[in-house]
Write a new protein. Structure first.
Length: 271
């Protein structure tokens, strides 16, 4: 979804938000895979806009986060965790809910919804994401007059264990969400030919850094034999995140040597 080199996704500027007056939708342009739909089916034909429109963000919604899923679906849905970030220099308070969803036909899915609740404006659905892996709670990485940086770690399902992280910034122009897969692709493009970054990256956005195993061409999904890469990120503008540099420490290939033991030494026969 990169719009330009380093700009992974820029949505949520004041003129780009869509949705009813009671709840704006800052996440609907994010092109992540839809899994459980409002009708309760697994990948039954809904799109991202239908997912965000099914998020309950009416007045007073935060009073029942422990007992009611914010995502309105006919699938079995249970809230598993929730919280709020009440005081921020940028924008209104943040409310979030983590949900466990079991569709009618399909695998278990986790969902994380993050909503901004300004005191004097419409509620803003910042993220409504689903994964067959897991999500961690969102945390504030930076809260300054220049920008708010919010990160919720996440993983996709399956043996690949890719990244499903949610990374958001708020600035004077509004909200921007970044696609971490695009950042990893940008970093991979800097590696020598025949190498790529492995999935399941632990991002440290406080240090704007990630320490990532490197795969050689032909490595299986479980094993990376190429070495390690130090990936450094930068935010040259509040709405722009880029890969600043990559330091690649290549592992020397392991060579296997088959060595035969020497035979027994012949002793001279006694006279």
């Amino acid at each position: 979804m990169a719009v330009a080199s380093g700009l992974v996704a820029a949505i949520g500027a004041a003129g780009c938000l869509a949705g009813p007056a009671s709840a704006q939708r800052a996440d609907q342009a994010f092109d992540s895979q839809v899994r459980v739909c409002p009708d309760g089916g697994y990948e039954s034909g809904c799109d991202r806009e239908a997912i965000t429109d099914a998020v309950l963000a009416t007045e007073g919604f935060a009073a029942n986060l422990a007992g009611q899923c914010l995502f309105q679906t006919k699938a079995r849905c249970l809230p598993t965790a929730f919280g709020s970030i009440p005081k921020l220099q940028q924008g209104g308070a943040i409310v979030w809910q983590h949900m466990s969803i079991q569709p009618k036909h399909g695998p278990h899915v986790e969902m994380l919804v993050i909503i901004e609740t300004p005191a004097d404006g419409p509620r803003n659905v910042l993220a409504a994401r689903q994964t067959e892996g897991w999500y961690g709670p969102p945390e504030v990485i930076e809260d300054s007059a220049e920008r708010l940086l919010l990160h919720a770690p996440g993983r996709t399902g399956g043996t690949g264990a890719g990244n499903a992280d949610i990374v958001l910034t708020r600035h004077k122009q509004g909200w921007t969400t970044f696609d971490v897969d695009d950042l990893l692709e940008e970093a991979t493009a800097m590696l020598p030919e025949g190498f790529s970054l492995a999935g399941g990256v632990n991002f440290n956005f406080r240090e704007m850094h990630a320490y990532v195993p490197v795969k050689r061409a032909g490595d299986g999904g479980c094993c990376a034999t190429g070495g390690m890469a130090h990936v450094n990120f930068a935010l040259p503008e509040p709405h722009l995140m880029v890969v600043e540099s990559v330091t690649f420490e290549e592992t020397v290939p392991v060579r296997t040597h088959q060595l035969a033991a020497p035979g027994p030494k012949a002793e001279p026969m006694p006279d």
